[in-house]
Design a protein around this ligand. Structure first.
Ligand code: SF4
Length: 479
């Protein structure tokens, strides 16, 4: 078995990418031979779990696999190469991966060419690797969050040896640039500005599986965005676990506010979004940049997680309820029409009904435009997992429902306030609700469905809002 579990920091020279390109070309030759012999291309299926960072990584995986000559397949069971890009933030996402692997075991028995690969955050957990080795022996390739760029080599090694390949690294300092990538949308794209996180919120597994904070140098980011703009991209989303601490460890004189101003100057880019923002690092300079940069969208996702100072301290969030409320006030003073969305966790260890009252108080005071609400999910290896007073499931459900009962009517009212107004909408795709409808996004990140031809996709058009639901708007195009 080719088995590389590297405990040390790894320095990856940029030339490494050239090595990987050589593996891509070797696999492409093999896939071309396969096509000649069987009169069909080898097919692949990528299944992505979790956040936008993973979605963006999957675009790179897609780019590499396409360069190797794989064609898309719409079903994993009929594919020759299946890859799960996993997430470990919540237990149910992990269970789904195990369930799917069980199902694929039978599919693999009927398709002798099928290879199964696993990557992403789950693969950085020792207990997961142990489980895969013991119970899911039909998996061919396993790698983690630090060595995505090595996928071509891992595939080639598996083909050559016929043995499973496990390649998990513990840490990674250098950022690898210029991976082939295929964007899901032609007109919008995400751009990583940093990787990892240093915050160690006590419930969160991310710092353990994504490593310490590493910012990309601004010239690489700006060059990438200029290239995207030349390629027709209008909207970019700057991605990082905590974009507000961008640049802290770089030698250059840069921070997130300065970066935003530089991105704002790039011709062709019309909309700039970013996520995620940690409230403790959101600076007055950033608020000013958001107000002054006309391309930065009037939306901020600002997770507050809990309203009780006692719980916030146990979560290691490093702000208080009062500071959070003041921050939202400052942002709204600077950008009056800004849409504020958030993340909320209910059922953190030791959280009482009175603590949840504080969360509800924040919801009432801020009146969020939207929120992702989560029931606390215990993650082995985090400090919160071993805290006393884990809250029983039935109590969490009750408190969770109280939060939703307060939140949803506010979100509904906020959506309703759009009715009768005309907004610029980036038309993104054919709507799931019917082929005549297009789904688009307002600058404030609200989703709207409106009737139009497909040729509008990728354009920014005027849409009047004529109806609203809790999670989306209904519009009519105005020409
Ligand atoms: S800021 Fe906190 S919640 Fe976000 S990734 Fe880092 S540790 Fe996790």
């Amino acid at each position: 078995m080719y088995d590389n579990v590297n405990e040390k920091n790894a320095d990856i020279p940029k030339e490494e990418i050239e090595r990987q390109r050589a593996f891509i070309s070797k696999i492409k030759d093999l896939n071309d031979e396969f096509e000649k012999k069987y009169s069909r291309k080898k097919t692949m299926f990528i299944s992505t779990f979790g956040c936008q960072m993973n979605a963006h990584d999957s675009e790179k995986i897609n780019g590499m696999l396409k360069a190797m000559g794989f064609a898309d397949s719409d079903s994993e069971k009929n594919s020759d190469f299946v890859i799960y890009n996993t997430c470990c933030v919540r237990e149910n996402a992990e269970n789904k991966v195990y369930g799917n692997l069980g199902y694929l075991k039978h599919a693999k028995e009927t398709n002798p060419f099928m290879k199964i690969a696993l990557c992403g955050c789950m693969m950085q957990e020792d207990n997961v690797i142990e489980t895969i080795r013991k119970k899911y022996r039909h998996v061919d390739i396993v790698f983690g969050t630090f060595n995505l760029y090595k996928l071509p080599e891992l595939i080639y090694t598996n083909i050559e040896t016929g043995n499973p390949v496990f390649d998990i690294w513990r840490e990674h300092r250098e950022i690898v640039e210029d991976l082939p990538s295929i964007r899901k949308y032609k007109f919008k794209s995400s751009v990583n500005i940093m990787f990892g996180c240093d915050n160690f919120c006590s419930y969160c597994i991310v710092p353990y599986v994504r490593g310490r904070e590493r910012s990309r140098c601004s010239c690489d980011i700006l060059n990438e965005i200029k290239g995207l703009a030349e390629d027709g991209v209008k909207e970019i989303t700057l991605l990082g676990q905590n974009v507000n601490s961008y640049g802290k460890k770089l030698d250059e004189n840069i921070d997130f506010a300065k970066l935003l101003r530089k991105v704002n100057e790039i011709d062709g880019i019309e909309r700039i979004r970013f996520m995620t923002s940690h409230p403790k690092d959101l600076s007055p300079e950033l608020i000013l940049a958001m107000a002054e940069c006309e391309k930065v969208c009037n939306h901020i996702h600002l997770p507050f997680q809990a309203g009780s100072d006692r719980i916030l301290e146990k979560m290691n969030r490093k702000y208080t309820k009062e500071k959070y409320l003041k921050l939202v006030e400052d942002i709204r003073n600077a950008v009056p029409d800004i849409s504020v969305t958030t993340d909320i966790i209910v059922g953190f260890p030791g959280e009482t009904k009175e603590d949840v009252d504080e969360t509800i108080d924040v919801i009432e005071k801020v009146r969020f435009n939207g929120a992702f609400t989560f029931i606390y999910s215990k993650r082995t290896g985090t400090p919160a997992a071993v805290m006393e007073n884990q809250v029983p499931e039935k109590d969490v459900k009750e408190q969770f429902n109280r939060v939703l009962e307060k939140l949803n009517p506010i979100v509904f009212e906020k959506n309703k306030a759009h009715i009768g107004k005309v907004f610029k909408v980036l038309a993104e795709e054919v709507s799931g609700s019917g082929a005549d409808f297009i789904t688009g996004r307002l600058e404030d990140n609200s989703i709207v469905h409106f009737k139009s031809d497909k040729d509008v996709i990728g354009k920014i058009v005027d849409v009047e809002i004529v109806g609203s639901k809790t999670f989306y708007l209904i519009g009519e195009r105005r020409i």
